[in-house]
Design a protein around this ligand. Structure first.
Ligand SMILES: [Zn+2]
Length: 66
């Protein structure tokens, strides 16, 4: 199961293996399945993680950390 984080009206999904956050639950589940199996990240998946998005996504993630 991916971890669900509620932030304001939105929900974010966190891969429990690599701790990246996604706005898309399916993407988070994909990431977690990959991380568990391979014990490493798939850059094609993590590219859509909030941590790896520029602009809005990055500032959104900053909010989470505060
Ligand atoms: Zn992951």
């Amino acid at each position: 199961m991916v971890r669900v984080i509620k932030q304001n009206e939105k929900e974010l999904y966190q891969c429990e293996e690599c701790s990246f956050h996604y706005e898309d639950k399916k993407q988070a589940e994909k990431c977690q399945a990959w991380c568990k199996e391979h014990h490493s990240c798939n850059i094609e998946i993590t590219a859509s993680a909030i941590e790896n998005k520029k602009g809005r996504g990055a500032s959104y993630y900053d909010l989470l950390l505060k």
